[in-house]
Design a protein around this ligand. Structure first.
Ligand SMILES: [Zn+2]
Length: 246
């Protein structure tokens, strides 16, 4: 089998056997894949710091005929997110992105738009030394790309316009409900927070300022989007609880 050469983002690694690592990664050309980095747990190894969370690498791997795990031959670092990886709150932002990509993308289906979104998000967390706006932007676009973003101006049940009133969401509900239709336990999203959505939709993350997208409003929108991801994937996001302390 000839070696494949691809740009990739490292999603997660797990210890494998005595000396190896199992690596989940997002290939720019082939989508989410898994491979083995042989000897990666040895003190001296050829992968260096290329297998860190959301590291952006040029990767060479070999397909193995009988197994779905590829053999990772070599990685060269293209973008280092060292500051973000080594600071707890920033690393929590990276981990949220990684977990969502893992549960959202099927294996081996090209996902170029998601690749670019993940790379942009990691670069912005590193550049800003701040995770709230980049992670909020990522979560919003992840929901939008998946086709799960409900109309934000009206109730998903009775269709009433929300106007300046709150919308209500929960991880057991696909859309957003008005005050009259809401169920106990649903959380509110305010009009100013809903208005962050069109801003995220039309403006590049690099150009968004804290003044336009204040942390509190971004947090409200993120919370609603995380509910919709949990609803559609039928999974609980583990990193979601860590955000409270990040
Ligand atoms: Zn309603």
């Amino acid at each position: 089998m000839p070696a494949q050469d691809t740009e990739a983002i490292i999603l997660k690694t797990f210890p494998l056997g005595e000396a190896d690592r199992l690596v989940s990664f997002l290939s720019r050309s082939s989508g989410r894949m898994r491979g083995v980095a042989a000897g990666a747990r040895k003190l001296k190894n050829r992968y260096g710091s290329t297998l860190e969370l959301l590291a952006h690498v040029q990767m060479e791997y070999i397909e193995r005929e009988t197994r779905d795990l590829v053999r990772i031959q070599q990685c060269d670092l293209l973008d280092s997110f060292h500051a973000a990886q080594s600071e707890y709150s920033l690393a929590t932002g990276l981990a949220l992105v990684s977990e969502i990509v893992e549960i959202l993308l099927p294996e081996r289906e090209p996902a170029e738009a998601m690749f670019r979104l993940v790379l942009l998000t990691a670069r912005e967390i590193e550049r800003r030394k701040e995770w709230r706006i980049p992670a909020g932007y990522f979560v919003f676009w992840a929901v939008k790309l998946a086709g799960w973003l409900p109309p934000l101006d009206r109730c998903g049940k009775c269709g009433a316009q929300l106007g300046s009133g709150d919308g209500y969401h929960a991880s057991w509900s696909p859309g957003q409900l008005c005050r009259d239709c809401r169920h106990p336990g649903m959380r509110a999203i305010s009009l100013p927070a809903r208005e962050v959505a069109p801003l995220f939709a039309r403006k590049g993350l690099e150009k968004l300022s804290e003044a336009e997208a204040p942390g509190g409003l971004v947090g409200e929108l993120r919370d609603a989007c995380l509910d919709w991801i949990e609803h559609h994937t039928e999974r609980k996001l583990i990193t979601r609880n860590l955000l409270e302390t990040a």
